[in-house]
Design a protein around this ligand. Sequence first.
Ligand SMILES: [Zn+2]
Length: 324
Amino acid sequence: MFEDYRFDTEAKTESISVRGLSHHQKGSYTVTDGPIFQTGCDLFSINYSDLGTELLKILKADGDTEIDQMIDVLEGYHPLLADDDFIEKMILHYHLDGRLGNDFAALTFLQQYATMLADGEITFSSDTFCSLFNSFTGWTLNQNWQVIEESGFEKVRNEPVPSAKELRAAILRILNREEPELPDTFPAVSRVVEFCTLTLYTILSKGYVLKRCDLCGKLFVPAGRKLAIYCERTCPKDSKRTCREYGNEKRWYERQQDDRVMKLYRTVYAAREARARRNPEVEKYRQSFEKFKVEAKKWREDYRAFRVSEEEIIHWLDIQRLTR
Ligand SMILES: [Zn+2]
């Protein structure tokens, strides 16, 4: 399913190509040089509890249209979820034991884990993540990031709960295994849950931060400054701009309303101008004011473009206020 995907950790972009997504092999999904980890973050931003409720409603209703209806619902949440395998396994699980499939449970786990990380509730390492994932799903990931499944569908009903001893052994196996070297181009994985696992593992092991956008509420990995608070997605409030562009502009206008920097700027400017005007005979005041005017313009521009901080410009203005 995933034909090619690449996280370019230097350029901070991702490229993903996925074919044959939905029923009848029609669907495809392509990202070329998008913001890094955005597809995974989109998948982590889904409310799987709402999605699960919608899917169960369709499954409980009688009729032959359930697959088509499920594809519509899943595609609405994310195109990658409209994968044949994913959907068919969910239906199978449902008819066997009345719950959604293992892949769905694993995605829910990944989503909850990513949310807790983004909201700063937990700060786990990649190792802890692996052992948690394993103990939660009962799966093992092989060196190519593929899920090794524990049982076929016929066994699902009687799936044994692992004993504490088995669980402990599984966790130790993962903790003791050698940390695989992470390349920027990854071996093919075939399932959404494998893709999400690999994304989250890479974010953790490469030391990236996972954050929640202040505007759209979705998770993202900042490409530049770790302090970024807005993502690079199209802004829900303005389809022509990204959350970052919209957010920074909004903050700028809000800040201008009651901006102690600009108040101080105007006060200092007025004082220096008045001194030069009231003392036309003092050449020093006039020259000093002309010099201040040029510098002040530059400082104001740099401040507006976020090239200097509030503290820096206030410090400079305080000095200017005392300068004769
Ligand atoms: Zn956003």
